[in-house]
Every structure is written in C-alpha cells, then in structure tokens.
Design a protein around this ligand. Structure first.
Ligand SMILES: *Cc1c(COP(=O)(O)O)cnc(C)c1O
Length: 421
C-alpha cells in the first residue's frame, strides 16, 4: 500500500497533485511519500515486536538525506555498504551504535572511519577482510564487534543479478566452513564475535528461501555456541520483495516474515536485526516523466519520454517491470493503446518497456513509473550529459525539493580543464 492515489482523475502524492510538483520542478523527477516510508518501516518494526530488535534500513536503495532523516526519526538504524553511506548516515543524525557495515570490499580506511565514528557491528565477509579489520582495530586500540556473513547456499529464486546466497555468488563465507572461520576469528584480539549475518538476495517474493536459510542459521547458532562462541545477535539481511505489477499476486507481508523469523529463530533468544531496503523505499517513490513525442513506427508505437535509462536503470539492467500510469487518469471507456516506452539516450537498451498496454497519452502528457523509490535515484547517472533529476519529498499537503536538478553550468563546472590545455 502506498500514498499515490487518484482523486477525481488526478494522481496525487499524499495530498499534493503530482501535476503541481511537475509544474514547480519540471520533469523528469522522483517524488517520495513520507507517510509511505514511515508506514513501511513500522510494519517491519511491529513484525519483530516479540524480540529485542533493530530494523536497519538498507540505505543503498535510497540514500537522500531527507529520507534518512524520516526513517531515523522513526527509529530506524542503517545498513551501510561504503564510507560514503556511513558519512550520510552520521550526517542524518544516526548514532554509530545503530549503524551496521556490510559489503564484500570494505577498505582499511572505511573500517577506520567507522571504528572512530562508532559502529554497531561489521558484517565480515571473508578471512582477508577479517585480518585487515583485526589490524586496523588493534592499531586504534579498539575492538571491532563483528558478525560473519555466512552463505547458506540457498537459491533465492530471484533475478540472477540480485541473488546473493548461492555458493557461486561472491558473498559471505560458505556455511560449511563457518565453524573453522569463527574459531579463527575468536583468536584475533582486535575482533569480538557477537553473532551471525546472512543475506540471500533481493526482491524475494516467496518466504521459502528465507525459511531454508534461517533454518541453517538456527543450526549454526547452536553449533557455534557449543564451540564456545557467544552468539547473541542475528542479522538476517533484507530482501523481501514488492509487487512491481499490481496485477500479480502480492508478495508476503512483513508480518508473515516476522512470524517466520520467530518460528525459525525465536527460541534462540538472540537480538534480531534485519536490513530491508526495497520494501521500505520501493513503493514510497514515483518517477514522473513527460511524453515528448508519440512516434508511429511501421508496426509499433513509441512513446518517447523525457526520462531515460540514466534516470532509472532498472528495466535496462534487470529487465525490471514498473507499472506506468498516466498522471491524468484515463476516462472510463477510452480504448487503451500499446506502446514501446523509450528514452532519448542513444542506446537501444534505453527502453523501459515494450508492447505495454496502457491509457492513451499524447505529447506533453505526464506519466508516472510506480515503485521507483528503491534503486532508482541512487543508481542514476548523467550519461548523455543529462543532469541528475531532482528528488522531491511530500508530507501531507507540503512538498520540498530534497535534491535539486543541477544546471548545465553546475554540471560542467565539476570538470576541470588543466591549465596546459
Ligand atoms: C542490498 C542489501 C540489502 C537490502 O536488500 P533489499 O532487497 O533492498 O531489501 C540488505 N542487506 C545487504 C547486505 C544488501 O546487500
């Protein structure tokens, strides 16, 4: 559920007409709903009510400072995967003890930054990383709290580019080697083992892979405890999917997910951490674009719009589906049209969808891509020298630009021409 609904035929973001935002900021742009962000965070928070827990927002899905502030104010921790994200989390006022650091390639500099600034835990993904973190922590006279990310070898049954829990994926250490790796970690004076971490993939629409993975984590917890390790925290990753196509069956609810965690892991009396990204931010955002031309091909009709793959790369990168709707609702009874919807970038990959049946639209009409809050703005670029598109946050009847569109001058001024030229 989100807060982008039609009222009298016009699409609204909470209580603001989307067309009003378009008139104020120009197209294309992203718009996010505060109420939706808050609601989705609360669904997860409530789903883990039964345990000592922390919901850490996977901020790689949407990392605008205003969005982080909304979630931090609601009580969220943050899951960061780079020094830049760590700095953003701190700048949004998130205390270090609510920030977890994930990722396969943490550098010594990033480790130092997080240890000095405060960190809840590092989710360590390999033995070489463990060795570097141990040295960095000891050099600072500190002890780094860690979990080890285990790869449970389950197939998340999602797109190959976002599956992370199979033995062929680059993430974590094989669960079969976990006891050996924990025994090694326990000997390192710069590290303190506090738990286990697992994250099997993204956009999971079925709970079965989670159930499989968490069953293995439960077994491992008992084994590691028997080996003498203190396992008091389980970080279960993110990955719960969202309904990109409204016509599809709805994916599992956070409450079902919370109940599954209780059923598989509740008896271990651990603190529970989860790292949802997409399910908090995905349906909290739209990308709004304007039709430039309707081009009649020989046997296809193209909608050429002013947004492109550099603004929203998910369709090009993951063959992702987004529901695309007109900002002015079709009149009931109007015949739908079928379009290939494409951007102006000089690549055939700059195609959002092919053969899509939707309401008939014409030049200058606004259309909205639903479920564009996650992995949208954060993955955008200025390819073809198309300035980064603005981000807008709505809250009730107010809206604010939370990242402005750079002018051409600002975009150009980021480059430096050496004086010898
Ligand atoms: C990407 C990622 C997440 C978030 O995944 P979603 O599918 O957006 O919920 C959480 N944890 C880790 C380690 C990740 O890499």
């Amino acid at each position: 559920m989100d807060h982008f609904l039609y009222r009298d035929g016009a699409l609204y973001a909470e209580d603001v007409p989307v067309s009003e935002i378009a008139a104020a900021v120009g197209t294309p742009f992203y718009v996010y709903s505060t109420a939706t962000l808050q609601r989705h965070f609360k669904l997860f928070d409530d789903a883990l009510d039964w345990a000592d827990h922390l919901v850490c927002f996977a901020m790689k899905s949407l990392s605008n400072q205003a969005v982080l502030k909304v979630l931090a104010d609601a009580g969220a921790g943050m899951d960061v995967v780079s020094g830049g994200e760590y700095a953003r989390a701190k700048a949004a006022g998130v205390p270090g003890d609510k920030i977890v650091f994930s990722g396969v390639g943490k550098t010594a500099d990033e480790m130092r930054q997080a240890l000095k600034g405060g960190i809840r835990q590092f989710n360590v993904e390999s033995e070489p990383e463990m060795a570097v973190l141990d040295r960095v922590a000891q050099d600072l006279g500190m002890v780094a709290p860690i979990t080890v990310r285990v790869n449970p070898d389950v197939d998340a049954k999602t797109h190959a580019k976002i599956a992370t829990g199979r033995s062929e994926d680059k993430f974590g250490i094989p669960i079969s080697r976990a006891r050996e790796v924990y025994a090694h970690a326990a000997k390192l004076k710069g590290l303190k083992v506090i738990g286990i971490d697992v994250h099997i993939g993204s956009q999971l629409t079925d709970l079965a892979p989670f159930e499989q993975a968490y069953g293995k984590v439960a077994e491992l917890t008992e084994q590691l405890r028997a080996d003498g390790h203190e396992i008091s925290r389980l970080d279960l990753g993110g990955g719960l999917g969202i309904p990109y196509a409204r016509s599809n069956a709805a994916p599992p609810l956070p409450s079902d997910y919370g109940a599954l965690i209780e059923r598989t892991l509740g008896h271990l009396d651990c603190e529970i951490e989860i790292e949802p990204g997409r399910l908090i931010s995905g349906n909290a955002g739209l990308m709004v674009s304007k039709v430039i031309y309707v081009k009649e091909g020989e046997d296809r009709k193209f909608l050429i719009i002013d947004a492109a793959m550099n603004d929203l790369i998910r369709p090009a990168m993951y063959e992702a589906w987004h529901d695309i709707v007109p900002v002015v609702e079709a009149t009931p009874g109007d015949a739908p049209a079928t379009y290939d919807i494409v951007g102006p970038v000089c690549e055939s990959g700059d195609t959002f969808t092919k053969g899509r049946a939707m309401a008939k639209v014409g030049s200058d009409d606004l259309i909205a891509f639903r479920s564009a809050g996650a992995y949208g703005a954060v993955m955008s670029s200025e390819y073809n020298s198309r300035p980064l598109i603005p981000e807008v946050l709505v809250n009730g009847d107010q809206f604010a630009v939370i990242r402005a569109r750079p002018t051409y001058e600002e975009m150009i001024a980021r480059d430096t021409v050496p004086e010898w030229l």
